[in-house]
Structures are given as C-alpha cells and as structure tokens.
Design a protein around this ligand. Structure first.
Ligand code: UT7
Length: 334
C-alpha cells in the first residue's frame, strides 16, 4: 500500500490576543484559576469579519510558498472544522477559489477536536488510491460560537488554522504508519451546539436561549479525554512494535494541560517528549494538531524520519491517535 507522507506544514493565527487578564473584566474568573486548571494564558481571536476560510487561505498560501508547489498541482482540499463560514458551500470550496486550485476537488469534515486526525486518515486514503497532492487543513473560529458571558467555556477556546501537504511516501522510512480512530455518540449530551442545524433551525427563541453557542459539561469530557487519549496513544505505539521511548514527539490536542499530562503519563511518555503550546492559543479545536506540528518543525523538535505520535479527543465523542514518520520536507527552491 502507498503510504502518505507529510511533506510540508503551515499555520495561521489571528493577530489579536485575548489574555486571561482581559477575560477577568468580562466574566467572574481569574488568571490563577485559568492557568492552574487549564494551562492557558492567552488565545488568539479573529478580527471583525475574519472567518475560517480566511485563516485556511493564509495557511495554505504559506504552505504553497514553503513547499514550492503551485495551487494547480493540488488534487484535493479537505477542511476539518466545526465552524465553517456557512453550512454550505463548504469552506474547502471557498479556499479552492481563494487560492485558484483549478484542478482540485474537496470537502469539509466535522470531527470536532479530532477533526484533523479524521481528515488526515481521509487524505491518506486518497493518496493510497492515486491522489498525488492532498492539502489537509484543521481550522476553527471558536470565537464565533462562544458565549463571552459563560466562564465555563469562553476561557478555553481560541481561533486558528494549520495545514499540511500529503504526498505519496517514496519508501517506509517516511509517512503515516497507522491510525486508530473512534466515534461514540453517547458523548452528544456533554459537548454540543444545540441549534442552527436541522433539529433546531435558527429562530428568535433559539437565539434568545443562547443555543447557538457551545455547551460543555467539562467534568465529563475531562474524564473521558484524559483516559481515552492516553489509552489510544499507548495502544498505537504497542500495536506497531515501538516502545514509548522511540517516540520523538507526542503532539496531542491542546484542550487542557492537565488532560495532556495524564494522557502522556498513561502512554509512558516523559515530559520532554510532549509538545505544548496551549499557553499561547488555548483550544483551537481542529486547529491544535496541525498548528502544533508546524511549530514543532519550526522549533527543530522534529525532523526528517522522526517518529511522531498525534492524539486527540473531542465532541461526539470522537478520539484517536496517528503514528507517523515525519517528512521528507519539500523545500521551495529560490
Ligand atoms: O476539546 C474538546 C474537549 N474539551 C475538553 O477536553 C475540556 C475538558 N474539560 C476541562 O478541561 C475542565 O473540565 C474545565 C477546564 C472545563 C473545568 O475544570 P475543572 O477542574 O473540571 O473544574 P469544574 O468544572 O469542576 O469546576 C470547579 C469550580 C466550580 O465551582 P464550584 O462548583 O466548585 O464552586 C466552577 O463553577 O470552578 C468553577 N469555575 C470557574 N472558576 C473560575 C468554572 N469555570 C471557572 C472559571 N473561573 N473560568
């Protein structure tokens, strides 16, 4: 089977920073509580009028620049998001137009915080069946569905996008080795947005009842996330005959530093094997893993052929882990 390799990474974060101090003026919270319970110090928020497709477009333009490929070489664009610009057309269609990817097809995928891992699996499947260049994006404008009077949720999330280029791997020293993914609808009561879909189309009443915002039962999600993300991370490493010390870097979904610590411990990983940037961006939902991957490359924490473990947990419930050997990076020639 043809493996898919990640040959380029990129990210876009809005410039506006919302600090814990600023949140203290908006809801009954404090910096000490937020940092000690979540690890978050600040998050990025889109400017007025800046939307998910804008973040995706900038991330993909950066990806094309760094890898040196042109937009009309792209076969497929997959956007993992729960905050598309509109329910339809897809954000992928808007990105296609913005970058002029004349040959591409594409679609959006709703997997919440596990969306990027789900999209990576879909992209790898397309590579295995003949596609040559697949762009996989994870992006969310969480500020568009947050109630900034609800301290349970508004402190947790931020906006951002990350993108990767998938291409056929030349041999087994690079590429995605395995994916273990799950979905369990019993989580539907714990993390959701009630209205705006076919079940409850928007009405004055749904707006008044704040049903177009995120609801989360934090404790329930916390328990499942820390247990399941850790278990699936250990399972994928064991299943593929590796030891935890073989993992160069664990890049988990960034929802809560305490969840990450517990998951890493359960998977037998040391602190120095764990990538964290939650402090700067909070939870950007589908964005956290590709943004983390991009920063890990930028910071030199992963390089050619390194074993990288990705893991996520989110609404649905959805969760899973992906094991890959990074690169080889495609570099633009000047
Ligand atoms: O990415 C999608 C998946 N999402 C997640 O993984 C999030 C999972 N959940 C969590 O990360 C945590 O549950 C939270 C960070 C959301 C909450 O942390 P917690 O340690 O589970 O706190 P809690 O909900 O048990 O609340 C403890 C106390 C409560 O007060 P009482 O009832 O003990 O008096 C809350 O009302 O903290 C209170 N509280 C706050 N206090 C200050 C809740 N939010 C805040 C806040 N500031 N922002």
């Amino acid at each position: 089977m043809i493996r898919a390799a990640i040959t380029g990474t990129s990210k876009y974060l809005p410039t506006r920073i919302l600090t814990n101090k600023e949140l203290e003026t908006m809801v009954d919270t404090n910096d000490e509580w937020i940092v000690s319970r979540t690890g978050i110090r600040e998050r990025r928020i889109c400017a007025d009028g800046e939307v998910t497709s804008d973040m995706c477009t900038i991330a993909v333009k950066r990806l094309l620049k760094s890898t040196g490929i042109s937009a009309n070489e792209i076969d497929v664009i997959i956007v993992a998001t729960v905050t598309p610009d509109m329910l339809f057309p897809s954000t992928a269609a808007l990105v296609q137009e913005n970058i002029g990817a004349n040959k591409a097809w594409g679609y959006d995928l709703s997997g919440a915080c596990s969306g990027f891992l789900f999209a990576l699996k879909a992209g790898a499947g397309l590579i295995a069946t003949g596609s040559k260049k697949v762009i996989v994006i994870g992006a969310d404008t969480m500020s568009s569905i947050l109630d900034y009077t609800d301290r349970n949720t508004c402190i947790l999330f931020g906006d951002g996008a990350g993108a990767v280029l998938l291409e056929p791997a030349k041999d087994n020293t690079h590429g995605i080795i395995d994916e273990i993914l799950h979905i369990d609808g019993t989580g539907k009561e714990a993390l959701f947005m009630a209205a705006g879909g076919s079940r409850k189309p928007a009405t004055h009443e749904t707006v008044d009842a704040k049903e177009h915002f995120i609801y989360q039962d934090g404790r329930s999600v916390f328990k499942r996330a820390s247990a399941d993300m850790g278990a699936v991370s250990k399972e994928i490493v064991d299943k593929n005959g590796f030891k935890s010390e073989d993992v160069k870097l664990f890049i988990p979904h960034q929802a809560n530093k305490r969840i990450i610590d517990m998951a890493a411990k359960r998977a037998g990983l040391r602190d120095d094997q764990v990538f964290l940037n939650i402090e700067k961006y909070g939870n950007t939902t589908a964005g956290t893993i590709p943004i983390g991957l991009t920063e890990a490359v930028e910071e030199g924490r992963i390089g050619d052929g390194d074993l990288v473990l990705l893991a996520a947990f989110g609404a649905g419930y959805t969760w899973g882990a992906t094991l890959l050997k990074y690169g080889p990076e495609r570099k633009a020639t000047v």
